[in-house]
Design a protein around this ligand. Structure first.
Ligand SMILES: O=P(O)(O)OC[C@H]1O[C@](O)(COP(=O)(O)O)[C@@H](O)[C@@H]1O
Length: 281
């Protein structure tokens, strides 16, 4: 028989992933991680209730936020939408040489109290502070797993040695290494960078050894179809979906865009067809 915890982890993962094993998750930790200026393009979205209402109405599979925003606006997240609470972060106000560390700002108990379905933490693989983040992740994962909660790792390789050796943090060898490290450290879901091509992203997926790999959205593309094409490539490469922030809340009208993304992710629709169907073209 399965341990109770295993049943809980599987049940909770199903609140994000549909039967096809894929998910579209809205990321909303930017007010803390990048600062409120990220919302300036469409300032009404700085209000978590307004943007959450829109993404939930559009049919998003899950949302990710820090504990305080879940307290303020978590009731906008309907019971059929997965709630992911992230327990580490950093502000952009820190001195540059301390930007390579995410600190813990909440505890597993807080996420449980808030009704989370999954618990997330970032590890900057390759950072001079890697050791601190590895320990944070290990402590969070061990306790969360004991309680039956899946754990998501934002596996973001970054640091001076990576730049020196590989030139860029999006080099597939580095991203693949981060994804593997995430799988080896016990993640149940991995969020990471785009590597630039379907072929290289497929290697990242392989390296994760069966742990679902989701794209980390990145900066908004001016043309929405460009982002739909990117997500299409992620799916073609065996990726399990995307965790998207700026590409959603920096658009004036995120709803048709989310619906088009859902068509690409869950119905394998061609990006241009999906865009047309939602009136984006
Ligand atoms: O560390 P970076 O690259 O500045 O971005 C981190 C941000 O990107 C995310 O991981 C994903 O959001 P985006 O889709 O806007 O890139 C957020 O959760 C986080 O705040």
């Amino acid at each position: 028989m399965d341990a109770y915890q295993s049943v809980g982890i599987r049940r909770r993962l199903r609140r994000f992933f549909r039967r096809d094993g894929r998910a579209l998750i809205f990321a909303m930790d930017h007010g803390f991680e990048h600062g409120p200026t990220d919302f300036e393009e469409h300032w009404e979205h700085v209000n978590p209730r307004i943007i959450l209402r829109k993404v939930v109405r559009a049919g998003i599979d899950g949302v990710m936020m820090l504990p305080g925003i879940a307290r303020i606006a978590g009731d906008e997240v309907k019971p059929n939408v997965g709630l992911m609470i992230k327990l580490t972060s950093k502000t952009n106000l820190r001195p540059k040489d301390e930007q390579l560390l995410q600190s813990q700002l909440g505890f597993v108990e807080d996420a449980v109290k808030l009704g989370a379905d999954a618990i997330a933490a970032t590890v900057y693989w390759g950072s001079p502070q890697e050791d601190v983040m590895m320990r944070q992740f290990a402590e969070i994962a061990s306790y969360a797993h004991d309680l039956g909660f899946p754990v998501v790792q934002f596996a973001y390789p970054r640091g001076p040695y990576i730049n020196e050796k590989y030139g860029r943090k999006e080099d597939y060898r580095v991203v693949m290494y981060g994804a593997r490290a995430a799988a080896e450290s016990g993640a149940d879901m991995i969020k990471t960078y785009w590597t630039g091509s379907k072929e290289t992203f497929a290697k990242v997926v392989d390296a994760a050894a069966g742990v679902p790999v989701l794209l980390s959205g990145g900066a908004k593309t001016e043309n929405p179809v460009d982002f739909l094409k990117l997500v299409w490539d992620v799916i073609e490469a065996g990726g399990s979906g995307a965790v998207v922030g700026r590409n959603i809340f920096q658009r004036e009208n995120p709803e048709p865009f989310i619906k088009a993304l859902l068509r690409v992710i869950h119905r394998n629709e061609d990006p241009e067809e999906a865009a047309k169907a939602e009136g984006l073209l």
